[in-house]
Write a protein that binds this ligand. Structure first.
Ligand code: URA
Length: 442
């Protein structure tokens, strides 16, 4: 009797329960196990429930530096790595590519004024960006409230925009497919606030997007994913090290996220506030952080020709913003959506506004519909909160403190409940807070 040649495929080198068990029991994941699990999850042969268990094990047990580096590399390898070294800008000059990424916060709209400032100063920004995560807002969710604006750009369009107008802000989805899936899964499995998972998520996108230098805004405080400043500093060092390992000079500013940034928190309302900054106004804290990050980016990229503040004063940053919005299909002059239902919290007493808890405001805005409860949910463009008083500002009884906006009235009460106990009015101003806490570089 002759034997037929075996048609069996080589069995996979690992299986998900074994990999989960290794991490659950506090072990190190071997390089090959990391490569296999990221590949298999991206391809769909490891399921969401298995990856959710592994993410929770990583959340609880952590990863060492080598594991984080390999996990990040495996994520980068799940998609293409963009390279714009051949591109030339107007006049045939090579592009100076530089980008920024924030670890996430409440009212953090800084990318929207920052990218046009860098363009006006001679830089080019290829920005792979994200949607809202947990209680924090996402730049793409905000920009997509501009009628017509699309963040789903092809590589050809990113290249055209970089060469033509110096910037593209695009969904990172196709670039790092592993992050697209992991990001959505972390959002609904309480596994966002983990140093290795944040570092690999951010750096996989930034190292794949084709930037040549990178500035990170690493936040701590109640509204940040890593609330402890010392842990945030460790996150910053990990990401700066990953950038260096890939030959992308990377620096981080450590910044405070105990109170929301600016006066507007939500989707369309944050575009409104960003345009105020571009028009030469805007809240002082938003302006301070925007200019501090701009200065770091220009220094790291070796662009010393212009003072970023001048680009706000002379309108060149606004011109760059309008060109960017138009290039991505948006109408910079179209009215932005507003919530149909509003409720205003009135000051019960006179005095000075105390601290306003960033996490509570982030959760309130999420309850108003600005964020997601399931992957792929649509977000409400008009959901948001206006802070009429910032910490330290005087207030008289009867004056408005917060205006909440939502698409439907039933969203207001749960959002109001989140704000309970999150603010106070006192006789004295709260102790002054520093927004810029430190800086980490190689
Ligand atoms: N931003 C990201 O891109 N990923 C995270 O995990 C957190 C913030």
């Amino acid at each position: 009797m002759s034997r037929r040649p075996s048609a069996e495929k080589t069995p996979p080198p690992f299986d998900a329960p074994t990999v989960i068990r290794m991490k659950r029991d506090g072990g190190r994941l071997p390089d090959a196990a990391i490569d296999w699990v990221i590949d298999a999850y991206t391809a769909g042969t490891v399921g969401d429930e298995q990856m959710a268990a592994l993410l929770m094990a990583i959340f609880l047990r952590g990863m060492d530096a080598e594991e984080i580096t390999r996990w990040t590399a495996a994520m980068i390898n799940s998609g293409p790595r963009l390279d714009f070294a051949d591109l030339r800008g107007p006049g045939g000059k090579p592009l100076t590519l530089v980008d920024k990424h924030s670890t996430g916060g409440v009212g953090d709209k800084i990318t929207i004024p920052l990218v046009p400032i860098i363009v006006a100063c001679g830089g080019a920004v290829p920005q792979a960006s994200g949607r809202g995560l947990g209680h924090t807002g996402g730049t793409l969710d905000k920009l997509e409230t501009i009628p017509g604006f699309s963040a789903e750009l092809s590589v050809a369009q990113i290249r055209d925009q970089l060469a033509g107008i110096g910037a593209a802000i695009f969904a990172a989805g196709e670039l790092v497919p592993a992050d697209r899936k992991l990001y959505a899964l972390r959002d609904i499995t309480a596994t966002v606030d983990s140093l290795p998972l944040i570092a690999s998520s951010i750096m996989s996108k930034k190292l794949a997007e084709g930037t040549r230098s990178l500035v990170l805004d690493v936040k701590s405080g109640s509204g940040a994913f890593l609330q402890d400043p010392a842990e945030a500093a460790r996150l910053a060092s990990t990401m700066v090290g990953l950038g260096a390992a890939y030959g992308v000079p990377t620096r981080a500013l450590l910044t405070d996220m105990s109170v929301p940034l600016g006066r507007m928190v939500g989707n369309a309302v944050e575009v409104v506030e960003s345009v105020q900054v571009l028009a030469g106004g805007g809240p002082p804290d938003v302006l301070e952080l925007t200019l501090a990050l701009a200065a770091e980016m220009l220094d790291l990229a070796g662009l010393d020709g212009r003072d970023p503040a001048d680009t706000l004063a002379d309108g060149t940053a606004m011109d760059a913003y309008r060109a960017l919005v138009r290039a991505q299909g948006g109408d910079p002059d179209a009215p932005l959506p507003t919530g149909a239902c509003t409720e205003t919290v009135i000051a019960p007493d006179s005095g000075v506004m105390g601290d306003i808890d960033a996490l509570a405001v982030g959760r309130a805005v999420w309850r108003l519909g600005a964020g997601r409860t399931a992957p792929g949910d649509a977000v409400a463009a008009g959901a948001g909160i206006e802070l009429h008083r910032r910490p330290g500002e005087p207030v008289a009884a009867g004056q408005p403190l917060f205006t909440l906006s939502a698409d439907t009235a039933e969203r207001l009460a749960p959002a109001l409940a989140e704000l309970d106990g999150a603010w106070s009015i006192g006789a004295l101003p709260p102790p002054p807070r520093r927004l810029l806490l430190g800086r980490v570089e190689e």
